[in-house]
Design a binder for this molecule. Sequence first.
Ligand code: UD1
Ligand code: F6R
Length: 371
Amino acid sequence: NKGKYEHYMQKEIHEQPESLTTTMRGRLIRGGSHKAKTVLLGGLKDHLKTIRRSRRIVFIGCGTSYNAALAARPILEELSGVPVTMEVASDLLDRQGPIYREDTAVFVSQSGETADTLLALEYALENGALCVGITNTVSSAIARHTHCGVHINAGAEIGVASTKAYTSQIVVMAMLALAIGGDTISNEAKREATIDGLIDLPNKVREVLHLDQEMKDLAKLLIAEQSLLVFGRGYNYATALEGALKVKEVALMHSEGILAGEMKHGPLALVDENLPIVVIATRDACFSKQQSVIQQLHARKGRLIVMCSKGDAAAVCPGESCRVIEVPQVEDCLQPVVNIIPLQLLAYHLTVLRGFNVDQPRNLAKSVTTQ
Ligand code: UD1
Ligand code: F6R
């Protein structure tokens, strides 16, 4: 039931304040003896010690689920101190890459039925790793075959392009980082700021959804383009990859997410006055580096669309030709949840304006159950 919406993708983008609230329900505990706030993930509580002692954590997934894990990697590394590596499921299988008994392998999948991810799970089980699932589908194959896990509880996702599952996956993995990180003194400030940030996140998401009309206007400008680049780094490298994936898969426009630190190692050659480029430059530890990327793109007459924190338009825009997307600022590790939403809206409006099928993109299936 699409209710007041024309498409499931549109409905699922707009219901993210509610789906995120459901994802966190019962899992952020306030109060207790000294009023500390903690995270309770029922499915993991008996396994946290093993995870903390593992030699590394390996995230495994495909497509949007892989991107969600990439968005959560920095906070997991910061709070747990355990090395975190990333594997695209098919590539792990192609290489028969090393997985050890001392590893924790985390399988991220909205449907819980993706063939590559499921085969990678079988492979990791054979190699003796602790296998953790993060899925949206209760009693899916991945939920059943993992040793333990967390349901993201985002509600059924019907649009083929994953939107609300992506933001709920990031929130679950941020909670996973908090749970693994535990109550160490060195983590205290970051932990409290992240928990406060999570509690307020649905409000910030509601706020950023007000950009709907602005993103429709931007889509009108981009409707006839061949290509769109998206530059991000740090916490928002994943936002660049995921924003580009959305544009590519539903709007059927070539789009590429680029790690901004790699700009001079090749992509800069593409820059001219015609190719539109989104640069994600919200406030975090990478902000000044992104300001310099913007300067360099501007010096080469790049057609810039800069996503920045509210009030930063003047600080990020090198000239009048630059367009800005101002988003509310949140805790750095949660910023990817806010930043993807304007790009989801942009992909949605581009698709409708270009006359393509939003909910059933050409050649794609919701759940890829064959290799
Ligand atoms: C569980 C209940 C929830 C109830 C809550 C009350 C289910 C599905 N969830 O939620 O309805 O409100 O207790 O305390 O009955 N699991 C995996 N692999 C996965 C995902 C999950 O093995 O990929 C396992 C977990 O380890 C856990 C079980 O499935 O044993 C349920 O996981 P989850 O729903 O996340 O647990 P709770 O949030 O505690
Ligand atoms: C993109 C998309 C796909 C899926 C991928 C993995 O919008 O939906 O990239 O993310 O096929 O699917 P799950 O998460 O079900 O394993």
